[in-house]
Design a protein around this ligand. Structure first.
Ligand SMILES: NC(=O)c1ccc[n+]([C@@H]2O[C@H](COP(=O)([O-])OP(=O)(O)OC[C@H]3O[C@@H](n4cnc5c(N)ncnc54)[C@H](O)[C@@H]3O)[C@@H](O)[C@H]2O)c1
Length: 333
């Protein structure tokens, strides 16, 4: 029987991961074989949805608080998916909060794992924000990590700690460098990439969306379905498959803002859709121009991680998984 903790469990990916783990029902345990999941604890500053499933426990707390994280992980946690974070522009706007949540929070998780009697598998959500400066046309496994934001620095330090705690035998860690995951349901968040979801989500719900970047601006995208599969696949891999560098670049598909908007229109069916209004914001445009235009990590491909077929598939997944709820929440508010 296996106990799982998801930090940031009320968030976009945390909720999708919890739902998928409930359906799957098992993960590789200490025996190296699949074991049934008995408990999934969703830890977040806001209450998480428990999907009406008795295997879910929800805890409201702060990852930056060492004592709370010690209580959370306790002595019987087999697997931790560490997703709690202040996202990019949030960490840029509040320097202290970014370091408290994204750096000290990650250290708290690793320390709480370290004092356990069992060796837990820890999967850490990192980001392609670890890359910055003058980038090649496609980022590869060999591209140096030179982050240009506090968020990117904090994620890179998190990856290095995962490597070090693993090397010392305190955890069996892994980190995944994620591209932009879309389409995020709900409302826009503080990420500089939030428009990529908005220009699909809002028009499909019948609402206009402002796009703050030019139609030729590039974004590397991945659907939540592929992302959740990647978290689980990374958890299931034997540590030796990764070697000493436990941080893996996960590929996505490159799409321009114009292509994303066109895919939204192509897949709208006979829905009455809102407009995409192109209204450039120089600050956001500058940030987006500094991001990788393509990702070509060979390691993840060799390990069997897959990307979406095209941007249309990402739009269709949103329509199948989230659009009805999205429209319902708009009508309710
Ligand atoms: N979504 C993306 O495009 C993307 C891309 C790269 C990396 N990531 C990383 O993946 C992870 C999950 O991303 P997401 O899109 O689900 O983000 P999200 O913002 O939806 O979820 C993060 C969750 O962390 C929680 N949180 C924030 N501060 C906390 C604290 N002090 N204590 C406990 N919980 C706290 C938030 O309440 C939120 O529910 C994050 O670590 C993020 O940095 C996401």
């Amino acid at each position: 029987m296996l106990n799982v903790v998801i930090t940031g469990g009320a968030g976009f990916i945390g909720q999708a991961l919890a739902k998928q783990l409930l359906q799957r029902g098992a993960l590789t345990g200490l025996s190296g074989k699949p074991e049934p999941i008995s408990r999934i604890t969703l830890f977040d500053t806001v209450p998480a949805n428990d999907f009406g499933d008795s295997r879910i426990v929800t805890i409201v707390g702060d990852i930056g608080d060492q004592a709370e994280v010690r209580m959370l992980i306790g002595q019987d946690t087999h697997s931790v998916f560490h997703l709690a974070a202040v996202v990019s522009s949030g960490a840029e706007a509040d320097f202290d909060l970014g370091y408290r949540v994204n750096l000290a929070g990650t250290r708290n998780v690793l320390e709480a794992c370290r004092v356990q009697e069992i060796l837990p598998r820890v999967v850490f959500a990192s980001s392609v924000a670890v890359y910055g400066g003058a980038l090649p046309e496609a980022v590869t496994d060999q591209t140096p990590q030179r982050p240009t934001t506090s968020y990117g620095v904090q994620k890179l330090m998190g990856e290095l700690m995962v490597n070090d705690y693993t090397r010392k035998g305190y955890v069996d860690g892994r980190a995944v460098r994620l591209p932009t995951i879309m389409i995020r349901p709900g409302k826009p968040n503080k990420a500089a990439s939030t428009w990529a979801s908005s220009i699909v989500r809002e028009p499909l719900s019948g609402v206009d969306a402002i796009c703050p970047v030019s139609p030729d601006s590039m974004m590397v995208c991945l659907s939540p379905r592929r992302t959740v599969d990647a978290f689980i696949r990374l958890h299931e891999l034997p540590g030796e498959a990764l070697g000493v560098d436990r941080a893996m670049l996960l590929n996505g598909i490159p799409a321009s803002a114009g292509e994303i908007a066109a895919a939204m229109e192509r897949n709208a069916g006979n829905r009455k859709i809102g407009k995409v209004i192109w209204e450039q914001d120089a600050h956001i445009q500058k940030i987006v121009n500094g991001w990788p235009r393509a990702l070509a990590g060979e390691r993840s491909t060799a390990l069997g991680f897959s990307v979406d077929q095209n941007i249309d598939e990402i739009v269709r997944f949103f329509i199948e998984d989230d659009l009805d709820n999205q429209i319902r929440s708009l009508t309710a508010s």
